[in-house]
Design a protein around this ligand. Structure first.
Ligand SMILES: *Cc1c(COP(=O)(O)O)cnc(C)c1O
Length: 492
């Protein structure tokens, strides 16, 4: 080894020996990234990985170095061509946003600055709080409310449900645990409630049975009379009704519970009112549809998901709590190594006091940059646009005798299926699943499926700023083509 090198570079670093080389590679990555988004419409939504690509991910732990350009080449070949597909204009599976370039730059810059949002006195921490304040404003929460950015809606719901438990426990549950509660708590939600709530009540030590699923009406909204009856029954049986969870946009069909009615029930019955607004809370910023979520501003806590209808790159969720002291009292702890100082770095607010994480990423930047660039009004219009597109698809389905709408369309989720004359429910499921899989495998469109009121159906969820109406027209045409092809093959 070169003696001079050895003398000056005894300490290793991850920084490159020559920043100029890094510059050239980085510019190439940026150019490729721009081209990737520019051409997204021309690529298949999804495609199966060939065997050699799968095998690539079985490679062992690298022990020695490789040039960064080769590392990028690996990614360009094996990762970028096989995405989940949610950035594609015809991706409508499950429920997720479609990301955005400015947000991606925000994620990059956040990583470059590298700040830890556990808190402290630095700019990223102020921006984190600012974005939470903007979220409060979007849903009509008072300025005195608190909130925190988390990984997604599941964590945001856990935050709200934990505060509810601690406030309603009847004992100091932080100190004494759920075993010391005088009566078992009961939470209520519709039978359409997202599965993360089950995980939440299990993790909170309340148990799955503590979450009562209330029957929904014909519109798949929580039945208010059934809810009241369940609360009365539980009080009679010695339980302590604690929390009602309203869903603003169910994951199955997009049904929106009557939030005003739930707020009244919660007030009358002295329950915590939590809104799972992962899908629909942001409808509050959409001028044409905001009345659908009226009443959300009366909640005690709200979970919402900037990585859905704000299209923040994953991950970004947000929990809001009306009473900031109840929020802090649930999570704040000050260990000796995190005491505040009167000045300097440790003089800022400790943001980890509002949730379960200690170290936190700088999620706010990607949300902040996209909101600044486009303004909240544009995001509101995009939400209205997706809802209008879902209504367009609904009309196409209603006008097409071979297709059948399976649930009312309220927002941006459409549940439907292809008919098959004389077929049993079982064969209809097989037939529609085959259509769905071929749409994916041919790279045309990504839909998912579900079961609504006992019947299997296909499901289109349009939380996508790249979708155009023509994409939905194409979906219908292609479904009819595939339906004919599959039907012909069955009858041979
Ligand atoms: C997506 C969703 C969740 C979970 O949110 P994640 O961001 O996926 O963790 C919870 N509830 C509803 C209604 C959702 O649509």
């Amino acid at each position: 080894m070169d003696i001079f090198q050895e003398a000056t570079n005894v300490d290793e670093t991850l920084d490159p020996p020559d920043w100029a080389d890094v510059g050239a590679l980085s510019h190439r990555i940026l150019d490729d990234a721009i081209a990737y988004l520019e051409d997204v419409r021309d690529r298949p939504v999804w495609r199966e990985m060939p065997a050699e690509v799968r095998a690539f991910f079985g490679a062992p732990l690298p022990r020695s170095p490789a040039p960064a350009a080769d590392v990028y080449d690996n990614v360009a070949r094996n990762v970028m061509p096989y995405p989940m597909g949610n950035i594609h204009p015809r991706f409508w599976s499950w429920y997720m946003g479609s990301s955005n370039f400015t947000g991606a730059l925000g994620d990059f810059l956040a990583a470059i600055q590298g700040s830890n949002l556990g808190g402290g006195n630095h700019a990223a921490a102020l921006m984190d709080s600012q974005v939470v304040n903007w979220m409060k404003e979007m849903v009509g929460f008072p300025a005195s409310a608190s909130g925190t950015l988390v990984s997604g809606g599941s964590m945001a719901n856990i935050i709200g449900l934990t505060v509810a438990r601690n406030v309603k426990a009847g004992v100091d549950v932080r100190e004494r645990g759920v075993g010391a509660m005088p009566k078992p708590l009961r939470y209520y939600a519709s039978d359409q409630v997202h599965s993360c709530h089950r995980k939440a009540v299990e993790a909170l030590g309340l148990g799955n049975q503590a979450l009562r699923r209330i029957q929904t009406d014909a519109g798949l909204r929580i039945g208010i009379a059934a809810l009241k009856a369940a609360i009365a029954e539980d009080r009679e049986a010695g339980f302590s009704p604690a929390c009602v969870i309203g869903t603003a946009g169910t994951v199955n069909t997009g049904a929106v519970d009557d939030l005003q009615a739930l707020a009244s029930v919660a007030a009358e019955e002295d329950l915590w009112f939590h809104v799972d607004g992962c899908i629909g809370a942001l409808i509050a910023i959409a001028p044409e549809n905001r009345s659908l979520v009226a009443g959300i501003e009366q909640a005690d806590s709200i979970a919402l998901d900037p990585h859905k209808w704000l299209h923040a790159p994953f991950e970004a969720g947000c929990a809001l709590v009306r009473d900031a002291s109840q929020h802090r009292n649930t999570f704040a702890v000050t260990p000796e190594y995190l005491e505040s100082t009167p000045r300097g770095l440790a003089s800022g607010e400790w943001l980890h006091d509002y949730g379960l994480q200690t170290s936190r990423g700088f999620r706010a930047l990607k949300i902040w940059m996209a909101l600044k660039e486009h303004g909240v009004e544009k995001f509101g219009r995009l939400i209205d646009q997706n809802i209008a597109q879902a209504r367009h698809l609904t009309r196409l389905i209603e006008a097409e005798p071979a297709l059948e709408l399976m649930a009312p369309t309220t927002i941006n989720i459409v549940c439907f299926r292809h008919r098959l004359d004389g077929a049993s429910e079982e064969s209809l499921k097989g037939f529609n699943t085959e259509i769905m899989l071929r749409l994916q495998e041919e790279g045309i469109a990504a839909l998912s499926d579900t079961t609504v009121q006992g019947r299997h159906c296909l499901r289109v969820a349009i939380a996508n700023h790249r979708t155009r109406r023509g994409d939905l027209d194409l979906l219908v045409t292609e479904m009819l083509r595939l339906g004919q092809e599959i039907e012909a093959a069955i009858s041979v």
